[in-house]
Design a protein around this ligand. Structure first.
Ligand SMILES: C[S@@+](CC[C@H](N)C(=O)[O-])C[C@H]1O[C@@H](n2cnc3c(N)ncnc32)[C@H](O)[C@@H]1O
Length: 229
């Protein structure tokens, strides 16, 4: 649960509506990053504006339910972790991992490490009751270089890694939620996802900044063998 958001997300929305969406920025260009979702996250105690993306997606697709075992790849600073802990509830398990050290969060187990490292994957497996997860959520982002093709390739690589982790650690029937950036690589990523999952779709969310190529892939019904091509 976020520090200041214990009264529930609905209450947060009402508070925001009552205050007209938060403080005015005063100038058009200066506060680009501090948009309405950023300010709302501050008000409601979420560690990142990304929390609203997971809330919106879960409201639409019901990926994380009570008691779910959830693995969060690329969890820093922890907005998705906060949402996952509150959705999975006290009977759930939430494990997060990031290259960056993430502040502790009650109800979550957090590792610092690289998801491309096999030893880290084994630690993540060991942290799951029964050795598998019901839902993998992956908001992984590369360090941007500003060179478009390089950044697209790195983002696609992170998508491939998330798919491999899901293949290794999701139980059959499980779900993967993954951020992706629309590019020439998207078709290949979707093809691989469809080989591993029975149902795959892309969706955009309201909290994504305007003009971004960001989409979220929702893949459900992980196949038992993941071998179909
Ligand atoms: C957009 S942030 C995640 C935000 C998070 N979902 C939230 O709600 O607060 C993306 C994260 O992916 C992490 N990341 C990128 N590559 C990684 C890797 N190979 N292993 C672990 N984490 C990685 C970055 O360190 C970064 O913190």
């Amino acid at each position: 649960m976020p520090g200041k958001g214990r009264s529930g997300h609905g209450a947060g929305r009402r508070r925001r509506a009552a205050s007209g969406g938060g403080r005015s920025t005063g100038s058009a260009g200066g506060y680009q990053r501090k948009d309405a979702f950023y300010r709302r996250a501050k008000e409601e105690g979420y560690r990142s504006r990304a929390a609203y993306k997971l809330l919106e997606i879960n409201e639409r697709y019901h990926l994380i339910g009570r008691g779910a075992r959830v693995l969060d790849l690329g969890c820093w600073p922890g907005g998705w972790l906060q949402v996952a802990v509150s959705l999975a509830g006290p009977t759930g398990t939430v494990v997060g991992v990031d290259l960056r050290e993430t502040d502790p969060l009650s109800g979550a187990v957090i590792l610092t490490g690289d998801v491309t490292d096999g030893a880290v994957i084994e630690r993540l497996r060991a942290a799951a009751p029964g050795g598998a997860y019901d839902v993998v959520i992956a908001d992984l982002s590369p360090q941007l270089s500003g060179v478009r093709f390089r950044d697209e390739a790195r983002a696609a690589e992170l998508n491939e890694i998330a798919l491999s982790v899901a293949e290794a650690l999701l139980q059959p029937g499980g779900s993967l939620l993954m951020k992706t950036f629309m590019s020439g690589e998207t078709e290949g990523i979707l093809r691989r996802a469809r080989a591993l999952f029975g149902a795959v779709r892309l969706t955009a969310v309201e909290a994504t900044r305007k003009g971004s190529a960001e989409q979220y892939m929702i893949a459900r019904e992980k196949r038992s063998l993941g071998l179909a091509q």
